[in-house]
Design a protein around this ligand. Structure first.
Ligand code: ADP
Ligand code: AMP
Length: 217
């Protein structure tokens, strides 16, 4: 099953991707996570991406598309994948379509997470992320057992540089201008399905999994 999670930053894509990936035994491929690993590791890719990320702008398409092409060529993506944070522009979506046509492995579905603006601002500014394993928490909605410490790996929890309010507002504007056109792109192809993404995390997961069961196996 080949799935895209679409929705603004803070919609809960990463939170749900972990659950969906586990339920279906598929890799969770987050371009934001790959970039952050590269920034942490000081790689050339990380160096090229960092200034865009810190400003809440998109990394140029050619960099992202090459990176995703390499990732999808790995063995674990042969039977399917959950893409989180990619594509984010129409050229990225076109490049993905071309790549999947070449492999005779079309997309099954694009889940659009529906959340309003004020809710995503509150989610992003309250988000805390583990520097060790990338696990995500929220000061109010999903606090760790011990303040500042990751429940999963014991790593330090921080606020991402791009989760401060001014950068968040820019990211949401970038989403509106550059990523929202994908809704029409996938609607035209009959691939778009909506998931009401407000309320308990488990409730959102139930709704997302119910849609995906229509496409599984
Ligand atoms: P995205 O990957 O779409 O940017 P995340 O999954 O990182 O979003 O979620 C953003 C923040 O919102 C995190 O702090 C997460 O704990 C919190 N969150 C996720 N889902 C919900 C939900 N259903 N209700 C409240 N908070 C949520
Ligand atoms: P995310 O973790 O998905 O919120 O992504 C964090 C940041 O990584 C974004 O604000 C962009 O700077 C960069 N990024 C992640 N995915 C993409 C993408 N598909 N295209 C361009 N930039 C991306």
């Amino acid at each position: 099953m080949r799935v895209i999670l679409l929705g603004p930053p803070g919609a809960g894509k990463g939170t749900q991707a972990v659950r969906i990936a586990e339920a279906f035994g598929l890799p969770h491929i987050s371009t934001g996570d790959i970039f952050r690993e590269n920034v942490r590791g000081g790689t050339d890719l990380g160096t090229r991406a960092k200034s865009y990320m810190d400003a809440g702008e998109l990394v140029p398409d050619e960099i992202v598309v090459g990176m995703v092409g390499d990732r999808l060529a790995e063995a674990d993506a042969a039977e399917g994948f959950i893409l989180d944070g990619f594509p984010r522009t129409v050229p990225q979506a076109q490049a993905l379509e071309d790549l999947l046509v070449d492999r005779d492995a079309p997309l099954d579905v694009v889940l659009r997470f529906i959340v309003d603006h004020d809710e995503v601002v509150a989610r992003l500014t309250g988000r805390r992320t583990c520097t060790g394993c990338g696990a995500v928490f929220h000061l109010e909605h999903a606090p760790p057992a011990t303040e500042g410490v990751c429940d999963s790996c014991g790593g330090e929890l921080i606020q991402r540089d791009d989760d401060t309010e001014d950068v968040v507002l820019n990211r949401l504007e970038v989403y509106r201008k550059q990523t929202e056109p994908l809704e029409h792109f996938y609607w035209e192809r009959g691939l778009l399905r909506d998931v009401e993404a407000v309320g308990e995390v488990d409730g959102v997961a139930e709704r997302a999994l119910a849609v995906l069961r229509d496409y599984a196996g």
